[in-house]
Write a protein that binds this ligand. Structure first.
Ligand SMILES: NC(=O)c1ccc[n+]([C@@H]2O[C@H](COP(=O)([O-])OP(=O)(O)OC[C@H]3O[C@@H](n4cnc5c(N)ncnc54)[C@H](OP(=O)(O)O)[C@@H]3O)[C@@H](O)[C@H]2O)c1
Length: 324
């Protein structure tokens, strides 16, 4: 029976890595009811993956368009081409849509807003959730570019991700024996997140950039650490002030200078949480900045929950601050 105090939401792609995190967050949210899991197969249900989950109805994917109007929100944690195919089928229904894929991030479908929190405080009812690498970079750089604290033409971004970033489907390069003990640069200078980074740095900070950008596959499961380097004539206190001002009302960013013996916030401290951790230091007018997120949380599922919260006039961090 539907709990009237809670909004019924449904998931598509719940069996994937980000979909499972999303399911956990929805189940823990005080104002959401996980009322349906759409699936292309009847072989698996949510309890097979999350044994303590309640009995959530499994709905055949072919019923998506017919049943969409029963829900407050549909979350798509599906591959790009699947979201691109399924979402137009439900856009005529009165249902909010939050898509974790890259299909609608760069204005290919009018009506979607780009849900980077806390930078996009007003949303339309169709939301394109940002990419994981992109989120780690934008959260670090928007405040500094807006305040003109770094030289935009000197930017180098060296980003590293755990293997869940590539999703659950089988690929040779993701075999344990390929990934373990390795560090693989890939899509050098041509990762699909680079245009998303430059586009949204410009739209949120007003500054054009053309950064070096390399991504690496690392031998751990979760987390992204982006090393970001730039020339600067700013002092460490200026960087701290820019982050303090930008994130004064947003508890999901932690930042600290490592100039004065402070400790670098490492990846293990952020995995499993909805936070972004920024650590920085300046040496000889060169900024070294490290942005860490959990790719499945702030990079995907918890940011989708932030967007749902904003769509429902709640603070973005509702139900997420408890995650340590
Ligand atoms: N992984 C990350 O760190 C991350 C971060 C940010 C954004 N994203 C984006 O989020 C989306 C999901 O990523 P993921 O890594 O969680 O993927 P994943 O682990 O590969 O899971 C994909 C999900 O989509 C479902 N699916 C695949 N093909 C389908 C089809 N034709 N029809 C219906 N459902 C289908 C799968 O269900 P079955 O069980 O039926 O195969 C599975 O539940 C992608 O667009 C990805 O780019 C991922």
């Amino acid at each position: 029976m539907t709990n009237r105090l809670k909004k019924p939401v449904a998931l598509i792609g719940w069996s994937g890595y980000s979909g499972q995190e999303l399911a956990k967050l929805v189940l823990a949210h005080p104002q959401m009811e996980l009322a349906g899991c759409f699936s292309r197969s009847a072989d698996q249900n949510l309890r097979d993956l999350l044994p303590a989950a309640p009995d959530v109805p499994l709905i055949p994917l072919e019923d998506l368009a017919a049943r969409a109007g029963e829900f407050d929100t549909l979350f798509f944690a599906t591959p790009h081409e699947v979201s691109a195919d399924l979402i137009p089928r439900v856009q005529s229904k009165k249902v909010k849509l939050i898509d974790l894929s890259g299909s609608f991030r760069l204005h290919k479908n009018e009506g979607f807003t780009y849900g980077l929190q806390p930078w996009q405080p007003t949303l339309t009812s169709w939301v394109a959730n940002p990419g994981c690498y992109v989120t780690s970079v934008l959260m670090a750089l928007i405040p500094l570019l807006k305040s003109k604290l770094i030289e935009a033409d000197s930017l180098v971004i060296d980003a590293k991700s755990g293997a869940t970033g590539a999703g659950k489907s089988a690929k040779t390069e993701l075999l344990f024996s390929e990934v373990e003990g390795n560090c693989l640069p890939y899509k050098i200078g041509c990762h699909q997140h680079l245009p998303e980074i430059t586009h949204y740095l410009k739209s949120f900070s007003g500054v054009e950039t053309q950064p070096f950008f390399t991504t690496h596959l690392m031998p751990f499961k979760r987390g992204i650490i982006s090393g970001i380097y730039a020339r600067t004539s700013a002092k460490t206190e200026d960087i701290t002030s820019a982050f303090s001002e930008a994130y004064a009302n947003y508890p999901l960013v932690k930042f600290q200078s490592v100039d004065d013996g402070g400790r670098l916030m490492n990846l293990n401290q952020v995995v499993g949480s909805a936070r972004t951790h920024l650590s920085y230091k300046i040496v000889d007018q060169q900024l070294y900045l490290f942005s860490c997120i959990d790719n499945l949380m702030k990079g995907a599922a918890s940011q989708a929950i932030e967007n749902w919260n904003v769509l429902h006039d709640l603070s973005p961090s509702t139900s997420l601050e408890v995650l340590q």
